[in-house]
Design a protein around this ligand. Structure first.
Ligand code: NAX
Length: 325
């Protein structure tokens, strides 16, 4: 039996985690042969609900779960953690844009960054989910300088999965046949879902759908899907977000499918002209527990223009949180 991996999950009493934790515990994230210790972090008023979640986790008698720790102390939660799923934050309500959340949520990520810097494993793999996810990851990274900066990422896999669904639906294809979807940029309405390199059964997807649809309907539908779910449900996406978190971390740790790639927001190394250090969504291939940004794609002028808009938004978000960096 392998050594257990310590997985810290913040916002553990919230709605995303209610879909997420049980699937981690069943082995859907790190594999059916990988035991886990689940450290659940919550704010003090939510501890009672968090205890209830822990009771239910225990009542599932998952063989892979070696311990469940409930705490409101980040230093306890992140001690020696190897995986950090940063879900805890204030969610976006009806009519709210992500920018409204920056001031509230940025502070959470600066203080957690400092704690992670002090107590976590230096190679902890982090996925920031709480919005604004990319900028929160940027804040966390700035406050955790001793942590492997490459490993501080944010979630755009939900956008990636939403884009695959929209394309499969429009083209009448099977979801399993859609490969090489790309989300560029920020997890916000400026994100750039891009089917230029996407394949359906090995053929170029762009040839299977109308070009006007791809530009004028597909992009905004994917980018505004989160708001559409909120409008329909009165609450933000939860099960699909949890599923995307599992996809993100599973592929990063265990490798993405051969012949395909996935989208992850990672610290830019300057690829595609994006300013170094910004947490920017790229197509990546995951292998041997690491990821590489897919290089040398010939991006159209239309997509490039949108990528720059999204980069500009990330720079603006960064500038509004300069006091937290
Ligand atoms: P909930 O409000 O159901 O749960 C959030 C939980 O976080 C609450 O239980 C709260 O007590 C806890 N929390 C708040 N501050 C905390 C802190 N400092 N430390 C630990 N826990 C803390 O929200 P939920 O629907 O689960 O969404 C969580 C976050 O995910 C939100 O910021 C939301 O906007 C974001 N999302 C991000 C997505 C993405 O693709 N990147 C998609 C889904 C989701 O909208």
């Amino acid at each position: 039996m392998k050594e257990p991996v310590r997985v810290t999950v913040t916002g553990a009493a919230g709605q995303i985690c209610y879909s997420l934790l049980f699937r981690i515990a069943s082995g859907e994230m790190l594999g059916k042969d990988q035991p886990v210790i689940l450290n659940l972090l919550e704010i003090t008023p939510a501890l009672k609900v968090c205890e209830a979640v822990a009771m239910e986790l225990n009542d599932c008698a998952f063989p892979l779960v070696k311990d469940v720790v409930v705490t409101d102390d980040p230093a306890v939660a992140f001690k020696d953690a190897k995986i950090g799923l940063m879900v805890g934050a204030k969610p976006r309500g009806p009519g709210m844009e992500r920018k409204d959340l920056i001031a509230d949520n940025g502070k959470i990520f600066s203080s957690l960054g400092k704690v992670i810097d002090d107590v976590a494993d230096k190679d902890i793999r982090i996925c920031v989910v709480g919005n604004p996810a990319n900028t929160n990851a940027y804040i966390l990274a700035a406050n955790a300088p001793s942590i492997n900066q490459r490993n501080i990422t944010a979630l755009t896999r939900l956008d990636h999965n939403r884009a695959i669904y929209q394309l499969a639906e429009k083209s009448g294809s099977d979801i399993a046949d859609v490969k090489k979807m790309t989300i560029w940029g920020n997890h916000s309405v400026t994100q750039v879902p891009d089917i230029s390199f996407t394949e359906i059964n090995g053929a170029n997807a762009a040839d299977k759908v109308d070009a006007t649809w791809a530009k004028e309907e597909f992009i905004p539908t994917v980018a505004k899907r989160g708001a559409a779910v909120i409008a329909a449900r009165g609450a933000s996406s939860a099960a699909s977000a949890a599923n995307a978190i599992l996809d993100h971390m599973r592929d990063w740790c265990l490798g993405s499918e051969s012949g395909d790639w996935v989208s992850m927001a990672v610290p830019s190394d300057g690829s595609y002209g994006v300013e170094k250090g910004l947490i920017y969504s790229y197509p990546v291939v995951c292998k041997d527990g690491d990821y590489e940004i897919v290089q040398a794609l010939e991006v159209s002028d239309f997509i490039k223009g949108k990528m720059v808009e999204s980069e500009t938004e990330l720079k603006e978000e960064r500038d509004t949180v300069s006091d937290l960096l």
